[in-house]
Design a protein. Structure first.
Length: 356
């Protein structure tokens, strides 16, 4: 991850980035960092993904263009370079559209867009009308669109997901907005549960669609006899985030673009990211859902100051999502007369009852 800018042109309702600094990376610094990082890799790596991160990366389109074309001119040898940038989509002009479309097989944009018009406008500075959704669908049809659900929009989650499908997005990923200052409530959790139930019925009625990310949990792994995974992402190991000065962080959530500088520096001093025992919570290890929990260590650090411990809200929301997945998978299996899947789900549910 290259943090090419700390700036963003939107003020999203749930944003956790402090936006206290306006640093930007130079193209020459970006090339230097890339060369340094590539020199550290051995032949065990078949590919390298480079993410241009922000802030809003398209504020630095000229850097993205220059660095990408420079990379494409280099002999990469065995390693395949995958280029990617997340974006809010508001800055794409005709020049950018033309360049990205011409290079669509070599660089991808991942759109962050929060649902239908009311949801997008509520969360993202009333930006619905200035984003060309069709461009993203037609240019990268296999790329997922990223929805963030806020306390203000959770009641419309189902409407938002259905809207994105109808706009032509094949893959939809979604997360609940997290951060220390968000006002989630018990009422929000009830709304979340209801909306997931509505989406279960929607996908049962539309089996040709790929369910969005919140209904794609691998619930069967709950019954696995394998030991619990102690670290579920590669932050600080195969993943590295480098800012405009060349300083490295475990990922963007541990960097000064997301948290105060002193807290970011503390993460580098306190945590050895190759020591997986630091990422084990006694509470989480006792939970039967630990094997499939979509824990994010950076968000844990942001919310609780401890990589191993999620916020209580995160735990409650995940349990609701897991229950929705069980109901959905069971009804899907019944609809398809899939006895094997029915038995697997029943086994998972019985295991949970025993552990509880």
């Amino acid at each position: 991850m290259l943090l090419i800018t700390y700036k963003c042109n939107l003020h999203c309702s749930y944003c956790y980035e402090p936006k206290l600094q306006n640093f930007r990376m130079s193209a020459s610094k970006a090339k230097q960092i890339i060369q340094e990082q590539l020199s550290l890799l051995d032949d065990s790596y078949d590919s390298v993904e480079l993410q241009f991160m922000g802030g809003e990366p398209l504020l630095e389109f000229s850097l993205i263009k220059e660095v990408s074309e420079w990379l494409w001119s280099l002999p990469m040898g065995k390693q395949l370079m995958v280029l990617f940038a997340p974006t809010n989509g508001t800055l794409l002009d005709e020049e950018m559209k033309s360049w990205f479309y011409a290079n669509r097989n070599r660089i991808q944009l991942g759109l962050s867009f929060d649902g239908d018009k009311s949801m997008q406008d509520a969360n993202r500075s009333r930006s619905y009308d200035i984003i060309d959704l069709d461009y993203f669908v037609n240019t990268w049809p296999e790329q997922s669109v990223k929805m963030t659900i806020s306390p203000e929009t959770v009641k419309s989650l189902a409407d938002g997901v259905v809207f994105m499908h109808r706009k032509g997005f094949k893959y939809i990923s979604a997360d609940l907005a997290m951060g220390p200052n968000l006002l989630w409530s018990q009422s929000s959790l009830k709304d979340y549960q209801k909306e997931l139930g509505t989406l279960c019925m929607f996908y049962l009625d539309n089996p040709e669609l790929i369910p969005f990310s919140m209904l794609r949990l691998n619930i069967a792994s709950v019954g696995s006899e394998k030991n619990n995974v102690t670290k579920t992402c590669s932050c600080g190991e195969d993943l590295v985030c480098v800012d405009w000065t060349g300083k490295s962080y475990a990922c963007h959530l541990f960097s000064p673009v997301s948290i105060p500088y002193d807290k970011a520096e503390r993460s580098n001093k306190v945590y050895d990211f190759s020591n997986h025992t630091q990422f084990i919570s006694d509470t989480c290890q006792r939970c039967v859902l630990s094997k499939i929990c979509n824990r994010c260590y950076g968000m844990n650090y942001l919310c609780t100051n401890d990589v191993a411990n999620p916020s209580p809200f995160h735990c409650s929301a995940f349990k609701i999502m897991f229950a929705a997945n069980c109901r959905f998978r069971l009804r899907q299996a019944e609809q398809n007369n899939d006895e094997r899947s029915i038995n697997t789900i029943i086994k998972v549910l019985s295991k949970i009852e025993i552990n509880e």
